[in-house]
Design a protein around this ligand. Structure first.
Ligand code: THU
Length: 129
């Protein structure tokens, strides 16, 4: 997996983050159907309405007609790479089991979504044998 184009796209879109409250700017880029889709976090005065960068990126891909997400990059200028919140993990799981690369300015960590959110597709009654 060549992460470079996605990482570059994520840093670029991070510039557009609307984060006047937390001042925490996040960029996300994902690969779906060979195309790159991006998102940044979009905060709101009513804090709970904030959209994470990952979910904004998912929205752009789905609105473009894609249904399967193959890879996701999340970038932030932090000491340790940030990882998607539980809500974003669940939303991503709707569209596949993508590789996920978490990056800061100097480090990259790669996971499979199913490592970050095990048994996402199991129904509540679908218990292990
Ligand atoms: N945030 C993201 O956009 N993605 C993450 O993976 C972590 C958190 C945003 C939400 C909020 O705007 C700010 O970062 C602080 O939590």
């Amino acid at each position: 997996m060549d992460w470079e184009p996605l990482i570059e796209a994520a840093w670029q879109v991070r510039e557009r983050a609307h984060a006047p409250y937390s001042k925490f700017h996040v960029g996300a880029a994902l690969l779906a159907g060979g195309q790159v889709f991006t998102g940044c976090n979009v905060e709101n005065l009513s804090y709970g309405l904030t959209l994470c960068a990952e979910r904004v990126a998912v929205g752009t891909a789905i609105a473009a007609g894609l249904k399967t997400i193959e890879a996701v990059v999340v970038v932030a200028d932090t000491a340790v790479p940030v990882s998607p919140c539980g809500a974003c993990r669940q939303v991503l799981a709707e569209f596949g089991d993508p590789w996920i690369c978490l990056a800061n300015r100097k480090e990259r960590l790669v996971f499979r979504l199913s490592e970050l959110l095990p048994r996402a597709s199991a129904g509540i009654l679908d218990l292990p044998e």
